[in-house]
Design a binder for this molecule. Sequence first.
Ligand SMILES: Nc1ncnc2c1ncn2[C@@H]1O[C@H](COP(=O)(O)OP(=O)(O)OP(=O)(O)O)[C@@H](O)[C@H]1O
Length: 261
Amino acid sequence: MLEVTNIAKEFPTRTGTTRVVDDVTFTVGEREFFTIVGPSGAGKTTVLRCLTGLAKPTEGTVRFNGKKIVGPPPEFAVVFQDYARSLMAWFTVRRNVELPLRNLGLSAAERRERVDTALAQVGLSAAGSKYPWQLSGGMQQRVAIARAIAYRPQVLIMDEPFASVDAQTRADLEDLLLRVRDETDLALVFVTHDVDEAVYLSDRVAILSRSPSRIDEIVPIDLPAQRDQIGTKELPEFARLRAHVFSRIRAMVNTEPASAH
Ligand SMILES: Nc1ncnc2c1ncn2[C@@H]1O[C@H](COP(=O)(O)OP(=O)(O)OP(=O)(O)O)[C@@H](O)[C@H]1O
């Protein structure tokens, strides 16, 4: 469904250009949960920006259902780490979720139905008339997820979405996301620094090398489809996969040249 082929990204500098992404190729299938991990500064966000059409790759192509992506596709929704900035403080939760639907040409009744369904899916039916600043960080991020799924995208792109919440809330949000994926036809492209989170959530984990990045390895996560925070993480296969991904990243960080900071 999503094909990323030999993308590279360079940014201009005062003395020329710097190559942040060197050569990245992968595909994401329908309903797949695909996660990108890698050392800090590897270019994970840059790859996501190229995927969503927010940035133009210097080389290579991104295709969605065979069509080249040149700008943000209407079938995509994006959720970032910084929920506080992504929600409008002066609008209620309902209004925040409804806002992107205004461009879809839906009737008011259809918009209302979509907002109700999305808020129910994230367990916030009772919070529709509250304002974001009245909610905890985890609840605000659930509003951001509701807003994304109300739009009914085919692909949900998430950049470190749970990095700013405490561990228990993070685990709850991870399970909420897996439930949402089961209830919809979403494919997910997810970036995280957290190896446990990557292995727990994903069908496949792509490990990016340090910048200028390439795909070091794409690891299939052959864990039972029904994940469970305790049961899944106790499985020997979970421990093996976690150790494998972690050691690949560690090895790259430890071979960093002395001049790089
Ligand atoms: N617009 C830009 N102009 C110049 N350099 C940029 C730009 N955007 C990103 N970079 C550089 O590209 C490199 C990779 O950044 P990016 O944010 O994609 O990495 P990341 O893997 O997501 O990082 P982190 O793990 O720290 O979140 C960084 O060195 C960053 O400074």
